[in-house]
Write a protein that binds this ligand. Structure first.
Ligand SMILES: C[S@@+](CC[C@H](N)C(=O)[O-])C[C@H]1O[C@@H](n2cnc3c(N)ncnc32)[C@H](O)[C@@H]1O
Length: 237
């Protein structure tokens, strides 16, 4: 299996901004060297032509396939894996420090149900076939505040077209943000998209997380003080 996994090759192909931050400590470097090559999606399979069936990435069948984009340090993804051992997961995170934190977290647990991609999530998304995913998470995506950078936002009409294609009918697209402008943008983009329907009926539906919500470290940090979290649940119609 080949992927952009080794420490000798920290460059990633097409990331918007950050690639690596602080040097990795020994234990994080170890999981990048040992676990990432086993769990990353082979770059040769990322043809961005809808030909990569998620089930082909795993040795045994799974009930559902879920994809988390920009998982950061992966607290949400690892909690999901623990909560639903019957499902398989795809995760994309270009930041090597985040990837290392996630891999370190899951290394001593069963982790055959996860495949990761350490680069732009859209490379993996575009490689997946129609209606193959049971749900997607995009939690606290980078806001790209400047207007001229808005086209880099992961929630965009073009990317929503891809998400609409790869999600099964009725499958949820779950998004959050603690940046009010970005939350407005995400609601507008997804609501205007004909393939997505917003579940919200009243303000609490976007202000209050569901009871079983898994809180990320970023969310706790970001939601402190005056900041407001927005929880957006859309369904592929
Ligand atoms: C603000 S952080 C949020 C992390 C995590 N989702 C959370 O809520 O704790 C945004 C994350 O998205 C990642 N990211 C940015 N662009 C991405 C892309 N094109 N594909 C995948 N991940 C991306 C960043 O590296 C970063 O870790």
């Amino acid at each position: 299996m080949t992927c952009n996994a080794s420490l000798d090759n920290q460059k990633v192909k097409r990331v918007f901004g950050r690639k690596s931050g602080r040097p990795l400590n020994k234990s994080r470097a170890e999981v990048i060297d040992s676990l990432l090559p086993r769990l990353c999606v082979d770059e040769g399979l990322l043809r961005e032509d809808g030909s990569l069936s998620p089930s082909s990435l795993f040795d045994v069948p799974y009930k559902e396939f879920w994809f988390e984009i920009g998982f950061g340090a992966g607290e949400h993804l690892s909690a999901l894996m623990r909560r639903h051992p019957e499902n398989a997961y795809l995760g994309a995170e270009p930041f090597i420090n985040g990837m290392a934190a996630f891999l370190k977290d899951i290394k001593d647990e069963p982790h055959e149900r996860i495949r990761v991609h350490m680069d732009d999530a859209m490379m993996l998304a575009r490689s997946l076939p129609d209606a193959c995913l049971d749900g997607m998470y995009v939690l606290n995506p980078d806001p790209w505040h400047k207007k001229r950078h808005h086209k880099r936002r992961i929630i965009s009409r073009d990317n929503l077209d891809v998400f609409a294609r790869i999600l099964k009918p009725g499958a949820p697209l779950i998004m959050t943000s603690d940046v009010p402008d970005l939350a407005d943008w995400m609601v507008t983009e997804a609501s205007l998209h004909p393939a997505f329907a917003w579940r919200a009926q009243c303000a609490d539906d976007w202000r209050v997380p569901p009871e079983d919500w898994i809180t990320t470290a970023y969310e706790v940090k970001g939601a402190k003080g005056a900041k407001i979290m927005t929880y957006l649940f859309f369904d592929r119609v």
